[in-house]
Design a protein around this ligand. Sequence first.
Ligand code: DOR
Ligand code: ZN
Length: 350
Amino acid sequence: MKDARPTSITLRRPDDWHLHLRDGAMLDAVAPESARHFGRAIIMPNLVPPVVTAAQAEAYRGRIRAALPEGSGFTPLMTLYLTEETDPEDVRRAHRDGIATAVKLYPAGATTNSASGVRDFDKVRPVLETMAEIGMPLCVHGEVTDGAIDIFDREAAFIDRVLKPIRRKTPDLRIVMEHVTTADAVDYVRDSPRNLAATITTHHLIINRNHILAGGIKPHYYCLPVAKRERHRVALVQAAVSGDPRFFLGTDSAPHSDPAKLQPCGCAGIFTAPNTMSCLAEVFEAAGRLGALEAFTSLNGPRFYKLPPNEETITMVKGDPVTYPERIETGDGPVTLFDPGFALHWRVED
Ligand code: DOR
Ligand code: ZN
């Protein structure tokens, strides 16, 4: 009997709605990796020092463009790093002039290079009100930093302590909960009006906390928010494959050199840019929802950001296992790729 399962799928070119490209030698090495498959990406501003002003975002965008291969059509969509000193008028100008697409909220101390983030959320109210007025999205790293809250509970606590008050006070603000990791966040987004959406990473669809901690500690699976229990991973997969327009791909591909990760106190971040599309095709196929991959990677994100989907398409083909290098070399040292722990059969055609 003929196997009715597809061996090739064509989708609008995907976008990455949450990406770390770094700077300098690391940027030069990783920008082409994202540009290979993705049309656009929301670029995270957590450099050292952070990208706070419109002028800094414009300069960073120039450095990203310079790191792209000749003729690349990849578009970096810039974000501004929200601090308690951010000037609402600078944000307004950055949005008006097409320099910044969104603003990123890091609670101070939540993750890599977040020390200049927000401690007192009331101090950023004028910025949030300006953003609500002009329709500019706020991307949030949704974890509380309270040392008394267990790290596995920090996302759920953020919803109650920070997100709900912000949404009550600024109901028109468009918000993306970045890299959601819990069933609590999925349910919260699903039950909210359409101006709240969420990105989901590739790795959180694949790993749970056992992958990090059982049978030896695996630094290459460590990221923030940290992967949770299996039931949360299952909730994330259900959200991703559901076709619900409020869930879309943000890889959070976050390269760190191996020496920076393999430390007594190693960095958080998983590098997924090169093999994300192959990983996602496996996840969606296993869920019997390959037909929903395009919505997740290529349609829902642009719809939320009020941008057209990419005109171009990519074709993915299923065949013998595809291999990716274990790590890429960069001027800042080797960077290990995410290992999904299963064979990848889908590759993006050149
Ligand atoms: O794992 C992470 N790495 N989570 C973040 O929020 C930041 C990122 C990074 O910049 O390395
Ligand atoms: Zn991130």
